[in-house]
Design a protein around this ligand. Structure first.
Ligand code: G1P
Length: 290
């Protein structure tokens, strides 16, 4: 079955970004001139997945507004002859986005379950809102690669990268049974292990394609504390030989972290058609003083 739908969990409180996240939801923080969540919607468009379910917190109506039509603004831009800006505005409402509200912060699996009415037991893509992945036009994007592997194998597949030292404990960690051409068969998963309990250096990063039936499995999970863990279902799949992981081309940014967010802004600004050249000159100049 083809992947047609994607879930983007984006209901986190963003406390690491206080005070800005007091009134502005974290997915709306800009990378150059676009909210970071729009880059994820663009990543999906490039993959050919055209139905997006964004899981938001009850206070996030500004995200809904961002993806909705704004007739007054559009008319104004047209009557002022600002066609290029009109096109930019139209592009933000060209995504097929639906919203689900996560009322309590009860973990990643809790967020996914909020989208159940749109997904049922179909396979779906899952893209975590805290991560942006850039792929150059000539590269296969991370999501394109995952969808391709799912199409060929029918198995759930998650993106992975190698991490070292203290970083190992920040991510879900994979036990690897075998690997061919960057595609791995996973035999176990532990969520954020202590360094001495890690199974490998392969971390789970926030891009997944999950096979049909996952939603039903999630519903059977028991909360640990307040949270339900997707990792528990993934570990079950891994133990049955039904889970793959894959490396990917391109560059990942952890925009849920202050330094990662600033790095994304610097690198996207350098690539930006309008300001890239001048910004590069500025960076070169300022770096002489560092
Ligand atoms: C989640 C997952 C974790 C994964 C990480 C990637 O954790 O539970 O397995 O490695 O995303 O960013 P979170 O960062 O939401 O706590």
């Amino acid at each position: 079955m083809k992947i047609k739908k994607a879930i983007i969990p984006a209901a986190g409180l963003g406390t690491r970004f206080l005070p800005i996240t007091k009134a502005v939801p974290k997915p709306m923080l800009p990378v150059v001139d676009k909210p970071n969540i729009q880059y994820i919607a663009e990543e999906l468009k490039r993959t050919g997945i055209d139905e997006i379910i964004i899981v938001v917190s009850p206070e996030s109506e500004v995200i809904m507004r961002h993806f909705s039509a704004a007739p007054e603004l559009e008319n104004r831009l047209l009557s002022d002859g600002k066609k290029a800006l009109y096109d930019i505005e139209k592009a933000t409402c060209a995504f097929n986005v639906k919203f689900a509200v996560q009322k309590e912060p009860n973990g990643l699996a809790g967020a996914i379950l909020c989208a159940e009415e749109y997904i049922g037991d179909e396979p779906f893509a899952l893209l975590l809102g805290d991560e942006m992945i850039y792929a150059a036009p000539e590269e296969q994007s991370c999501m394109e690669r995952l969808v391709d592997i799912f199409d060929k194998t029918g198995k759930s597949v998650i993106a992975t990268m190698e991490v070292f030292g203290d970083d190992v404990s920040k991510y879900g960690n994979l036990g690897i049974e075998s690997e061919t051409d960057g595609i791995m068969t996973v035999n176990a998963i532990v969520e954020k292990p202590a360094i001495n309990e890690a199974l490998s250096n392969n971390a789970i990063i926030g891009r997944y394609v999950l096979a049909g039936g996952i939603m039903s499995k999630l519903k059977t999970l028991k909360p640990k504390g307040n949270e339900i863990y997707l990792t528990d279902v993934l570990d079950e799949l891994a133990k049955k030989g039904e889970l793959l992981a894959s490396t990917f081309e391109g560059r990942r940014y952890d925009v849920g972290d202050k330094l990662g967010f600033i790095k994304a802004n610097v690198e996207y600004a350098l690539r930006n058609e309008e300001i890239g050249k001048d910004f590069k000159a500025y960076i070169k100049e300022i770096s002489k003083t560092l």
